[in-house]
Design a protein around this ligand. Structure first.
Ligand SMILES: O=C(O)C(=O)C[C@]1(C(=O)O)C=C[C@@H](O)C=C1
Length: 368
């Protein structure tokens, strides 16, 4: 054997030994998760084996102590899958998302929960709410805002009347590809996609395919399925890589989004109230006493935040449907609603509001 072959064989032997030890330790970890499940059952704590706050803490710790050469994010993703597999031993989770398979929302499900969950595709966002409310799925994942297109207002409206709470957030960098049965974009006559995706690729489409007909679909997964069902017609869909693999389409043009840091934020909805983790967000909806046309009404409503120095990261207004020119404000703030100073600030806002509802306190997305 040459020196090169000796060194290769020795390094592989060391890897084999490490793999064996990693595998043994993962099995030990899984046994501990089973033990935790029994402890939860014995204490009558069976409602939810899934603990978003504990998972966020575990993932943050993995990233904090990471010393390379793998990135903290990569390490956390590996741990994400290990935890997902451990949880599936405790109680397999079912998560509803905006289908069909291959949508970005399914990508968000896997990023947040790992691949050991059962994901249930729904045809519309309100069906996701209904599926979780009816108890068919434990959790749901819904898109809430995109960095270039803004808020998904339909999702916001559904929160007002739903008993569900927000128990997590997921951010997903969105890369749009032009998927077709042909290798190149030349000669594409029709592009099908969700309206938000068409909007996010507007400049690319105008420049590269100015003559193509643009058709909307209820999801990018559905658009990809349509294109796959009609080969040889010069049709293309805008969707992500998983949809290309699932529907056996070619990437005729990659990364066609106008903004390269295009990101979508999704919310995890369920019945669970999550514990504080030290890095949390709270979302709530409110409306000003006596309507918001009163001069200074919005300022008065939000003054307790600036008085307490609490950071507001988002405010959206939506027609309240309680008469013309009356608005609900959807607000995200840093902190947990059970902890100071936010608990006091929220009480002060509630006393100034006609409508006030906390939609949930949840760990800030642990994975970037
Ligand atoms: O700590 C728990 O409560 C567990 O059930 C264990 C565990 C894990 O694998 O670390 C599994 C699932 C929960 O969502 C959180 C953590």
């Amino acid at each position: 054997m040459t020196d090169h072959q000796d060194r290769l064989a020795a390094a592989r032997k060391s890897i084999d030994e490490l793999d064996q030890s990693i595998q043994r330790q993962i099995s030990d970890r899984a046994r501990l998760a089973q033990e935790i499940a029994i402890i939860k059952q014995k204490s009558g704590d069976v409602g939810d084996m899934y603990r978003p706050s504990r998972e966020a803490e575990v993932l943050r710790r993995v990233m904090d102590r990471n010393e390379g050469p793998l990135t903290g994010e990569t390490m956390a993703r590996l741990m994400r899958e290990i935890m997902s597999a451990c949880l599936s031993l405790e109680s397999p989770l079912t998560v509803a998302y905006l289908g069909p398979e291959g949508t970005y929302t399914q990508g968000a499900v896997h990023k947040h929960f790992g691949h050991a969950v059962r994901s249930r595709p729904m045809v519309a966002i309100d069906e996701i709410f209904r599926d979780v409310e009816a108890g068919n799925s434990h959790y749901g994942v819904v898109p809430i805002e995109n960095s270039s297109e803004g808020v998904v207002s339909h999702t916001l409206d559904l929160f007002v009347s739903s008993p569900l709470r927000i128990c997590g957030e997921v951010t997903l960098p969105i890369h749009h590809h032009l998927l077709s049965d042909q290798e190149l974009p030349d000669g594409i006559t029709k592009v099908i996609a969700h309206p938000q995706s068409l909007a996010q690729c507007r400049t690319w489409l105008q420049t590269r395919l100015p003559a193509a007909e643009l058709e909307t679909a209820s999801s990018n997964g559905k658009a990809a399925r349509l294109v796959s069902d009609h080969p040889g017609q010069g049709w293309a869909a805008i969707a992500g890589r998983p949809a290309a693999e699932l529907y056996k389409l070619k990437i005729a043009a990659a990364n066609i989004e106008d903004e390269s840091d295009n990101t979508t934020r999704f919310l995890v909805i369920g019945r669970q109230q999550t514990d504080p983790t030290g890095d949390d967000m709270t979302s709530f909806v409110c409306s000003a006493h006596g309507g918001d046309q009163r001069p200074g009404a919005l300022f008065e409503l939000l003054k307790p935040f600036s008085d307490a120095g609490v950071n507001m990261t988002r405010i959206e207004s939506r027609p309240s449907r309680r008469g013309n020119w009356n608005y609900n404000f959807y607000i995200d703030v840093a902190g947990h609603a059970d902890e100071a100073p936010l608990n006091k600030v929220l009480k002060a806002v509630e006393s100034r509001s006609d409508l006030f509802k906390i939609l949930g306190s949840y760990p800030r997305a642990p994975l970037g």
